[in-house]
Design a protein around this ligand. Structure first.
Ligand code: PBG
Length: 324
């Protein structure tokens, strides 16, 4: 009598499959990234990310309230300033769009939804790099650090529960932790984008934040060829005081995510980035794949690979699909 082993017995019906499912995606596992644009009076669609917009101050508050009502785990804010300069001064200005939006959103949700802030200069610099430039036009790591520290403090002051340094400057977590503590923000957490790759999947994000970048970020973001290096980046960030670490992008880096999840003793996040969103949206628009099933399958895969938290532009919508 062959076969004697029949794994299919545990797949015979939905109730049986539900009983033995190893991985769960719940609304609380998802974080919604949102863009807020300065000086706009109506939300502006982002053509490469259908369904995602640059919010106004008003509509971002509504998006936050909706995310909270849907049971989503958190919200991550990005600012789109109307003016930019060489040092990204809008990032540290309490009246800069990101800080203003953080105050608005925190006022809206209070402590019901963790409010997170992208701590990086690329949206605010006129050259589009994540740090300030030296005389040769290269990103100056050490000259950028004090600006990140000041930016993080401004974000904490504006109401961020979590700051998320994403610029891949060496030492960024350490200087931010010291500055937050010094300013009395001991309870403001740091979600470190520890393993962030120089990825083509960030393409649509450039439109989302009206990025001015020419060239690339390969001198500071990681080479897609390297996995071991991610372990080193994570260890350094934990040493410097990171409360959570992130791998980004998600789908092309699930092996890195698994490595990080196995090694880190803090919660691990993964970012399903703009290009992942665009890719699935475009195929679904053509009727080539089923959107909802594909999105849920990717979120399940990212969770299965070890993510405690998944940043995804589908967070609120997917929360609605999931059985609460
Ligand atoms: C940097 C930042 C980027 C993204 C998140 N934070 C852009 C970059 O590093 O080039 C990309 C997010 C996405 O593509 O969805 N502020």
């Amino acid at each position: 009598m062959f076969p004697t082993d029949r794994p299919r017995r545990l797949r015979v019906n939905p109730a049986m499959r539900r009983l033995v499912a190893e991985t769960e995606v719940r609304p609380r596992h998802l974080v919604l990234p949102v863009f807020v644009a300065e000086g706009v009076d109506a939300p502006r669609p982002i053509s490469s990310m259908p369904g995602v917009v640059q919010h106004t101050r008003d509509t971002v508050r509504k998006a936050a309230a909706e995310a909270a009502a849907a049971g989503v785990g958190g919200i991550m804010l990005f600012g789109v300033p109307s003016r930019r300069d060489a040092t990204g001064s809008g990032a540290v200005d309490p009246e800069g769009i990101l800080n203003v939006a953080l105050r608005d959103v925190r006022g809206e949700v209070g402590d019901a939804l963790p409010v997170m802030a992208d701590t990086c200069l690329d949206e605010f610099t006129d050259h589009g790099h994540c740090g300030v430039l030296d005389a040769r036009g290269e990103v100056d790591n050490d000259a950028t650090l004090p600006i990140y520290a000041e930016m993080a403090v401004a974000q904490a002051r504006a109401g961020a529960h979590v700051v998320a340094p994403s610029g891949m400057m060496d030492g960024q977590v350490g200087v931010i932790r010291a500055a937050l503590d010094e300013a009395g923000f001991r309870d403001t957490a740091i979600l470190a984008y520890s393993a962030k790759y120089a990825s083509a999947f960030f393409g649509p994000f450039r439109e989302a934040v009206d990025s001015q970048l020419r060239g690339d970020r390969r001198a500071y973001q990681q080479d897609p060829a390297n996995a071991r290096e991610a372990g080193r980046e994570v260890a350094l960030d934990l040493d410097e005081g990171a409360d959570m670490v992130m791998v980004k992008p998600a789908m092309a880096y699930l092996d890195v995510l698994r490595r990080v999840a196995d090694a880190a003793d803090v919660p691990v996040a993964a970012y399903q980035v703009s290009g992942e969103y665009a890719m699935i949206s475009a195929a679904a628009e053509r009727g080539w794949i089923d959107r909802e099933r594909t999105v849920l399958e990717t979120l399940t895969g990212i969770r299965r690979a070890g993510a405690d938290v998944v940043l995804t532009y589908w967070a609120t919508e997917a929360a609605g699909w999931l059985d609460r």
